[in-house]
Design a protein around this ligand. Structure first.
Ligand SMILES: *Cc1c(COP(=O)(O)O)cnc(C)c1O
Length: 452
């Protein structure tokens, strides 16, 4: 035990960037040694420091260093780490019962989460929600619902997509390294269309939406056959792919096409959903109403919970007893999700996400004026990224990314990387971060680019 073992997290944690040891410090190095002996080599972590407490906009490590958090545990602690309502509701639930299995003895918090998701997801149609534990599991089940409803086999996904690491969702994921390499054979009946990625569209961003849509329709109509396609699955902003915002109009065309052909449109909002982009769901920015929506990351403040929400007639098509899971919709995780909804409402976090995004974009524009390695700044709300390139080109610049990330870590700022080409720096701060802390973090980022 050290003093730090008794430090509580949450918003009461001192909100400052503070480095009191070398990075990583002695306790983190000790844990790395233990980890190397106990964990498999392929299980890696971005940062070399170990968490002791977190809340507001900071993560304190086991050596007492306080880092500004620009990652939210990959878009999970959107309302802040150990947010008061999440802690209060989950703790109360822990003392009542930890598990009964919803398939065996059901309980109210599950129903309340479902009712809320049915209400806040886009569209006025009648909806149903089923709960799961992880994003991949939600995607697996969205495909099950779509296949049961349409009686068709094929799943269409996009370049740069990330949908998870289970066999089906790994197949749906685009990138070989690190997600798929040596893990095949893959699941059948998964087809891939180009994504309307404006920055890298060969004939220029102005042609991107129309040409990408034309290639998408050709894939479905001439190669697969629309009457064999159960669903099209798309992230309204691609997350791991590098925060790619599809060219304007592309997703509306895809949605219209799916409706005409009787294809289920699944929006994978596991990363974008639950207030991250300044709306409850990123689909709202695109003006689309998906048939099914998957959520997970931001849903329960870090407790494992995921959901499929969608049209009642599609969700009701799966036969009795066909869908479920031992832990799916765990009551403590459901209580935490109700705490997340409450935090978003009380603190007006949709507006806060937009405001945080405005600050980040303005800071990044200033930085971009001082360096020639930022190719593009993109994203929505508190989901913003920069794509780094070799000066004067669009050639991915992984070395610059590595140097900037390292500088940030060494100076007390935790960031995340992304992108098919490994050259995207992404920012996903908790919405509980203060303006001062956010500006301090971007000051460090400015210095990181200046040091290149
Ligand atoms: C993280 C993610 C997933 C997978 O979620 P897990 O909980 O890691 O299984 C699926 N889709 C998207 C868009 C994601 O960002």
């Amino acid at each position: 035990m050290t003093v730090l073992d008794t430090v509580a997290g949450g918003p009461e944690l001192c909100q400052e960037r503070r480095l009191i040891s070398e990075i990583p410090g002695p306790r983190s190095r000790e844990l790395t040694a233990r980890r190397n002996a106990a964990l498999p080599a392929g299980l890696t972590s971005g940062a070399s420091v170990y968490a002791a407490a977190a809340g507001g906009g900071v993560i304190v490590d086991v050596d007492g260093n306080s880092f500004i958090d620009l990652s939210s545990g990959i878009a999970v602690t959107t309302v802040g780490n150990s947010a008061p309502q999440v802690v209060a509701r989950a703790s109360a639930q822990l003392t009542r019962y930890t598990h009964t299995c919803f398939l065996a003895t059901p309980y109210e918090p599950y129903i309340e989460v479902a009712e809320t998701l049915n209400r806040i997801t886009p569209g006025e149609h009648e909806k149903r929600t089923a709960l799961f534990s992880t994003g991949a599991e939600a995607l697996e089940n969205a495909v099950k619902y779509a296949r049961a409803f349409t009686k068709r086999p094929a799943v269409v996904v996009f370049d740069h997509a990330f949908h998870g690491r289970s066999l089906l969702t790994m197949t749906m994921t685009a990138k070989n390294q690190p997600y798929k390499h040596s893990f095949g054979p893959f699941s059948p009946e998964v087809y891939r269309a180009p994504m309307a990625y404006p920055y890298r569209w060969p004939s220029g961003p102005e042609n991107c939406a129309a040409e990408a849509f034309s290639q998408f329709t050709q894939l479905i109509d001439s190669q697969i056959g629309a009457d064999a396609v159960a669903c099209v699955v798309v992230e309204p902003i691609q997350g791991e792919g590098g925060f790619i915002v599809p060219a304007d109009g592309f997703l509306r065309s895809v949605a219209d096409f799916c409706r005409d052909r009787g294809i289920v449109l699944v929006a994978d909002e596991v990363q974008t959903g639950i207030a991250r982009t300044g709306a409850w769901f990123a689909s709202e920015h695109e003006g689309i109403v998906p048939d099914l929506i998957t959520t997970a990351k931001g849903l329960a403040g870090g407790m494992p919970l995921a959901a499929v929400t969608g049209r009642a007639e599609i969700m009701d098509a799966a036969h009795s007893g066909g869908i479920g899971g031992t832990y799916a919709g765990n009551p403590v995780a459901c209580a935490a999700a109700l705490g997340v909804f409450e935090e978003i409402a009380t603190h007006n976090l949709l507006d806060r996400a937009q405001r945080i995004g405005d600050i980040m974009v303005s800071e990044l524009r200033d930085i971009a004026a001082t360096t020639d390695v930022i190719g593009e700044i993109r994203g929505r709300g508190a989901m913003i990224a920069v794509e780094l390139v070799t000066p004067g080109s669009r050639v991915p610049n992984r070395d610059a990314l590595a140097a900037v990330s390292r500088h940030c870590l060494n100076n007390g700022v935790l960031t995340l990387t992304a992108g098919t080409f490994g050259n995207v720096l992404r920012f996903l701060p908790p919405l509980s971060i203060s303006d001062d802390l956010l500006l301090d973090a971007f000051g460090v980022l400015r210095a990181a680019f200046a040091a290149l």
